[in-house]
Design a binder for this molecule. Sequence first.
Ligand SMILES: Nc1nc2c(ncn2[C@@H]2O[C@H](COP(=O)(O)OP(=O)(O)O)[C@@H](O)[C@H]2O)c(=O)[nH]1
Ligand SMILES: [Mg+2]
Length: 238
Amino acid sequence: MHLTIVIPAWNEAGKIADDIREIAHFVENINYPVELIIVDDGSEDNTSQIAKEVIVPDSLEIRAIKYTPHRGKGYAVRQGISESYGDYVMFMDSGRNVPVEFINSGLELIEQKKCDVLMGSRYIPESVIRKRLRWYRRVTSTVFRKFVKWYLNLPAFVTDTQCGFKIFRGNIARELFKHGKSDGFVFDLEIILLALEKKYRICEFPIEWTCDRDSRLSLVRSFFSIISELRRLKLRFL
Ligand SMILES: Nc1nc2c(ncn2[C@@H]2O[C@H](COP(=O)(O)OP(=O)(O)O)[C@@H](O)[C@H]2O)c(=O)[nH]1
Ligand SMILES: [Mg+2]
């Protein structure tokens, strides 16, 4: 069994080394090999260079890919997944929002519940929020969450589409992302819609989440592009 972890990283020079060290530590205590792909999304800082310099144990194979110009999180995750070979593939954000140990419970659940796509959720009763978003992000994110669920007619069991902690069966991730077109913020939604269309089994699981307030996202600045991307998704899938 082999796991691929993809971290999309845009100007994460300040955090990427700690992300990698945390994964390196995790890998020392598990009995399967891990491939870590850092995708530097056209950073202006030296994110990918730092990623290459961190010393990791042999059981962690690490690769840093960089392209320019900057394209967006969706594009970055897609690049990483297209180069993955794990039996399981996941992506996570830079900034250690979710303890890496949740990978183990996630992988167990995938087998137990026989699901193909397992999404971490911050909004189910067993989830633990250690540090919340700032109040205005909380408001925009709640409005976005409710709106999107209604607008895209998502099934009731989906509570958190945007959580950056999603685990897939490897071949299914590679297939889904091959059909992905969205470069930006709505790529998670696109992948969920693709998985629903192909009748893959989607599950959620509770995670422990600590908000990292150093964010690359501005819902306000990206408002119009997000709306037009959502319209495109609706036309394509509904
Ligand atoms: N928001 C955003 N994140 C990106 C982009 N490209 C790569 N990323 C990475 O995607 C992850 C999530 O971004 P972040 O700013 O933490 O989003 P937030 O946690 O929703 O506030 C981080 O690892 C970013 O470095 C991008 O264009 N926009
Ligand atoms: Mg973040």
